[in-house]
Design a protein. Structure first.
Length: 332
């Protein structure tokens, strides 16, 4: 077994990573790996500085640090997750010495501007660029820099899929504010024809409101199918979580989802909304078919989104980033 290292010394010592609390679900799954994670907390609320929070059951390897004390930390690597982290936060929070540490930029999303001509913000070859999907890496102009794709990893929940509710479920945060990109219009159209609920932050007007992440598996398990109306994103973790539970996923055949689901076998995807509406009605009328498709999707998702593979990929990338920033050793 290859052991992690810190600054080329002390084999077996766990790598110390500093990052910001940007995507809580992703941070939680990242934290299941064999390394230490430090995140800042501010007295005044601001994005990324919320500490551990109360939603996710973070382990002891996730350390909450007052933003004023971050400069005193001994760290091994800095993980950026947003433009603000990269352009502003590092200069506000990190010491000059810490800003010279190995750096990784994790890109969660495809470009929001004119694709596929948008250049990524990272132009420095010393920074390791990581994309969460191959679709992301394809859409960005990566400035001819090398990059790594680490596909999602999620826990396999033991909650059984019952499918007792003859309804579909959508899980999206702030869908009204984010509009067409997240498929607001698609959701509203489907809702005219199929009984379907919406949960997520900011879903009080159009749906049922927020369901906290630890409570989500049991909540979702009763629904006949999971619907993903998003036009343009990377790949929602909620989709992966639904699939590993055995819930059949119905979605648009766009972005990375087109490479995840085999239509009619491991889920249902199409670019024709009417096709999807008819497929949803079929699942509502045929619970055994829903379970069959859900089981096939589950078998695939458990392999593709294996949490152990995900955490091993991240440990490898952390070690590689640290290693390539070490001074060359001269052998006499």
């Amino acid at each position: 077994m290859q052991l992690p290292f810190v600054n080329g010394q002390n084999p077996g010592k766990r790598v110390k990573i500093f990052t910001w609390h940007i995507h809580g679900t992703y941070l939680y799954y990242l934290s299941l790996g064999d390394y230490e994670i430090y995140i800042p907390i501010s007295k005044e609320p601001k994005p990324g500085y919320v500490g551990r929070g109360t939603t996710f059951p973070f382990g002891e390897n996730v350390h909450e640090v007052d933003e004023q004390e971050v400069k005193n930390l001994e760290l091994d690597c800095i993980l950026f997750q947003t433009k603000t982290n990269y352009l502003e936060n590092q200069y506000e929070t990190l010491s000059a010495e810490q800003r010279e540490l190995p750096k990784i930029y994790l890109e969660h999303d495809p470009p929001q501007d004119v694709t596929p001509y948008t250049k990524h913000i990272v132009t420095d070859s010393r920074i390791s660029l990581v994309h969460v999907t191959h679709f992301n890496s394809l859409m960005w102009d990566n400035n001819n820099l090398p990059f790594t794709v680490i596909e999602h990893g999620v826990e396999v929940r033991t909650v059984p899929y019952s499918s007792e509710l003859e309804r579909g479920i959508v899980v999206i945060n702030n869908i009204e504010r984010r509009g067409r990109r997240l498929g607001l219009d698609v959701f509203l159209e489907v809702q005219k024809h199929v009984p379907i609920d919406l949960v997520g932050m900011g879903a009080e007007r159009l749906g049922l409101g927020e369901v906290l992440h630890p409570e989500l598996p049991e909540f979702l398990s009763r629904y006949r199918f999971f619907f993903n109306p998003i036009r343009f994103t990377s790949l929602g973790l909620a989709v992966c979580e639904a699939m590993v539970m055995g819930i059949p996923v119905v979605g648009l055949a766009t972005t990375e989802l087109a490479s995840v689901i085999k239509n009619g076998e491991t889920g249902i995807i199409h670019t024709d909304i009417n096709y999807l509406i008819n497929a949803m009605k079929d699942l509502l009328a045929n619970p055994e078919k829903a379970k069959q498709i859900g089981a096939a999707g589950q078998a695939m998702a458990k392999k593709r989104f294996d949490i152990k593979r995900f955490n091993a990929d991240w440990l490898r990338v952390f070690n590689q980033a640290i290693s390539k920033n070490q001074p060359s050793k001269i052998v006499l």
